[in-house]
Design a binder for this molecule. Structure first.
Ligand code: HC1
Ligand code: SF4
Length: 578
C-alpha cells in the first residue's frame, strides 16, 4: 500500500493506483472526459488536472500514486486550468445541444454548466460525410478526440475500426485506412457508442419508421421486447429498477399504440427447443467441435468478418427475436388479412447489431409453398428494430406517464416465458438455459439448477469453462463475452490449446445487459446490477425450464410438429450456405 495526502486527508491505496481512482476511493470525484479506467489513461483532455506538491499540475488519470505525495484536487488554480482546457475542447465541438440525442447523457454538456463555459466564438466544425443507412452513425463535428472509441474497439472488441491522423490541433479520429465504415470490420456491437462521452457516435434513428406504422390504419403493429430490455428500460424514463417491471413495460408499449405486445422471452424458450435439440444431434455426430451459439448478431457478424472459418460451426437456429418475427408473420397473417391490414413487426432490443440482423437476407423466412400466408416470396421476419434508448425517447415524446401505468401481462399466445429465457440477457444465460433443456432431452429428467449454473461468467475473464456429465455424455462448455475475449478463445481453439463441445459467445461485455443499445451510463457496475435483476426474475419464475413452457408446446402442436421439423427449419433456422 502507498500513503498519500489528498486534500489534507491521509489516503492509503494500492501501489500503481492512478490519482483519479485514489480520489474516487475516498469519495472525491475528479471530472474526466477521456478517461476509461484500465483502458484509456492517456491524459489527453487534461480536464482531470490536480496539483501535486513540487510538480505543479498533472493529469490525475495517468499519474500513479507515490509514497508521501501531497495532492490537491480542489483549488482555484486547478479549477481555472480545468476550465481553460474544457473551453478549448468546447471551441472545437459543434455544440447543438438542443437537438442532440445525447443531451441528457453528454459528459461535456454536464461539465460545461459546472464550469460556466462560453459558446464557441470560432466557426463550427462541419459534420463529415457518413453512410446514413449504416446502423452506426458518426458526427465528426461532435468528436472531442478523447480516443475512447479507439481504445474500446481495439482493446475490448478486437475490431480496430477507429484510428487517428495528425497531431495536436490537427488530430482527427477516423475510420481505419480511410475505409467506408461498412467495410472497416465493424461488428456493430455499439460499444463505441455507449463509451463515447458526447453525441459523436450514435445508433441510426428508426423511430419515425415506427411512428408511421403505428399511425397507419392499414398496419397491424406487433412489438416484442428482448430479455435484457426489462432490466434497463426504466433508466431513460425516470423509473427505479423496482418500478420498471416487465408488466409496466408491456403497459407502456400498449400506451404507445402497438396492437400486439409480445415477449422475445417466449422465443428464447423456442430457441432453446431448437438449439437444444440441434445440440443433442450434434453431440451424436462427428461434426467438428465446438458448436457455437448464434443468437448474438454482433458475434455472428464478427465471426463472418474476422474468423470466417468458424461460421460453419454456428448453430443454425435464428436468434429469438427473428424467430418470433417468423412466428408472427406466419401465424397472424390470416388475422391481419381479415382485418384488412398488413403486419409490421418491431423489436425493442438492447443492441445495435439487431438493426443489421433484421436486414440479413438469409434470415428471412422463405415460404416456398410451405407458408402460403406470406404475400411476398421472401419477407423480413422483423421490419424494424429500436434500441432501448429509442424506446425511452419515444415514450418521452408521446408523454407516456410510465410510473402511473398498471402492470399487465404480455399478450398471448406469444407472451408466456420461463426463467430460462429471461437469463438470455446476461453472459452465460443462453448456455445455462440450453443445458437445462439439453439435460432433460438426454436423460428425461430436469437437472439440478446448480449443475448448469453459469453465474461465474463475467466480462473480466477471457472465458469460463466447465465439464459436465449429462447421462452418459461428457459435455465441455465455454462462455465468453466481449470480442477481445472471444478472439482469445477462438485463437486458443485454433491452436489446439482448448477443446469444447458447446460455446456461448456474446459480443458485448457481460452480454445484452451491457448492450450497445442500452441507456448510457458511465457507471461500469450497471451491467452487473442489470444481470442481478435477470437472475432474480429467473429465481422467482414459476417455470424455469424452456421445455415446460405450455405455449411452446401449443405452438409445436398447432404449427411446427416438433423441434427441427421441416416447418421448424423453414421458419426458425437460417438459410445460409456459409
Ligand atoms: Fe439478446 Fe437475444 S439474448 S441476443 O443478447 O438471443 O439484444 O436481451 O434479444 O434475439 O432472447 C440482445 C438480449 C436478445 C435475441 C434473446
Ligand atoms: Fe468497434 Fe463495436 Fe464501434 Fe463497430 S460498433 S466501431 S466494432 S466498438
Amino acid at each position: 500500500m502507498v500513503t498519500i495526502s489528498l486534500d489534507g486527508r491521509e489516503v492509503q491505496v494500492a501501489e500503481g493506483t492512478k490519482l483519479v481512482d485514489a480520489a474516487a476511493a475516498v469519495g472525491v470525484a475528479i471530472p474526466t472526459l477521456c478517461y476509461l479506467k484500465g483502458l484509456n489513461c492517456i491524459g489527453s483532455c487534461r480536464v482531470c488536472l490536480v496539483e501535486v506538491e513540487g510538480e505543479g499540475l498533472v493529469a490525475s488519470c495517468n499519474t500513479a500514486v507515490r509514497e508521501g505525495m501531497v495532492v490537491r484536487t480542489a483549488t482555484p488554480a486547478v479549477a481555472a486550468a480545468r476550465r481553460a482546457n474544457l473551453q478549448a475542447i468546447m471551441d472545437d465541438h459543434r455544440a447543438v445541444c438542443a437537438t442532440c440525442v445525447r443531451q441528457d447523457t453528454c459528459a461535456l454538456r454536464a461539465l460545461s454548466s459546472t464550469f460556466n463555459l462560453e459558446d464557441s466564438s470560432q466557426p463550427l466544425p462541419e459534420k463529415g460525410a457518413w453512410d446514413e443507412d449504416f446502423p452506426l452513425q458518426r458526427d465528426s463535428s461532435k468528436c472531442i478526440k478523447c480516443m475512447r472509441c479507439v481504445a474500446i474497439c481495439r482493446d475490448v472488441q478486437h475490431c480496430g475500426v477507429w484510428d487517428f491522423t495528425g497531431v495536436g490541433p490537427f488530430m482527427k479520429v477516423t475510420v481505419r485506412d480511410g475505409l467506408p465504415i461498412s467495410q472497416a470490420g465493424c461488428a456493430l456491437c455499439g460499444q463505441c457508442i455507449t463509451h463515447c462521452p458526447t453525441g459523436a457516435l450514435t445508433a441510426r434513428d428508426d423511430v419515425s419508421l415506427i411512428m408511421e406504422a403505428i399511425l397507419d390504419p392499414e398496419v397491424m403493429t406487433v412489438v416484442q421486447v428482448a430479455p435484457a430490455v426489462r432490466t434497463a428500460w426504466g433508466e431513460g424514463v425516470g423509473l427505479s429498477h423496482d418500478e420498471a417491471t416487465p408488466g409496466r413495460l408491456a403497459s407502456a408499449l400498449h400506451a404507445l399504440g402497438f396492437d400486439k405486445v409480445f415477449d422475445t422471452d417466449f422465443a428464447a424458450d423456442l430457441t432453446i427447443m431448437e438449439e437444444g435439440s440441434e445440440f443433442v444431434e450434434f453431440m451424436a455426430s462427428d461434426k467438428p467441435r465446438p458448436m457455437f451459439t448464434s443468437c448474438c448478431p454482433g458475434w455472428v457478424r464478427f465471426a463472418k468478418l474476422h474468423y470466417s472459418d468458424v461460421v460453419c460451426q454456428l448453430s443454425s437456429a435464428k436468434s429469438p427475436h427473428q424467430m418470433l418475427g417468423a412466428v408472427v408473420k406466419n401465424t397472424l397473417a390470416d388475422e391481419a388479412q381479415a382485418a384488412g391490414k398488413r403486419l409490421f413487426c418491431v423489436s425493442i432490443m438492447p443492441c445495435v447489431a439487431k438493426k443489421y440482423e433484421c436486414d440479413v437476407p438469409e434470415l428471412a423466412t422463405v415460404p416456398a409453398g410451405e407458408a402460403p400466408q406470406l404475400a411476398a416470396e421472401t419477407a423480413p421476419d422483423v421490419d424494424a428494430v429500436l434500441t432501448v434508448r429509442e424506446l425511452d425517447r419515444l415514450l418521452r415524446t408521446v408523454g407516456v406517464q410510465c410510473a402511473a401505468l398498471p402492470e399487465v401481462d404480455f399478450d398471448n399466445p406469444l407472451g408466456t416465458s420461463t426463467g430460462a429465457a429471461t437469463i438470455f440477457g446476461r453472459t452465460g444465460g443462453v448456455m445455462e438455459a440450453a443445458l437445462r433443456s439439453a439435460a432433460y432431452l438426454i436423460t428425461g429428467e430436469n437437472p439440478d439448477f446448480s449443475t448448469c449454473d453459469t453465474t461465474d461468467a463475467t466480462p473480466e475473464v477471457p472465458w469460463v469453462s466447465k465439464t459436465l456429465t449429462i447421462g452418459d455424455a461428457t459435455v465441455r462448455i465455454a462462455i465468453a463475452s466481449g470480442l477481445e475475449n472471444t478472439a482469445q478463445l477462438l485463437d486458443a481453439l485454433e491452436r489446439g490449446e482448448a477443446e469444447f463441445d458447446f460455446v456461448e459467445i456474446m459480443a458485448c461485455p457481460g452480454g445484452c445487459v451491457g448492450g450497445g443499445g442500452q441507456p448510457i451510463h458511465f457507471n461500469r457496475e450497471m451491467g452487473a446490477q442489470r444481470a442481478d435483476i435477470l437472475n432474480r426474475l429467473d429465481n422467482a419464475a414459476p417455470l424455469r425450464y424452456s421445455h415446460e413452457n405450455p405455449d411452446i408446446h401449443q405452438l409445436y402442436e398447432t404449427w411446427l410438429e416438433q423441434p427441427l421439423s421441416h416447418t421448424a427449419h423453414e421458419w426458425l433456422h437460417t438459410h445460409q450456405e456459409d
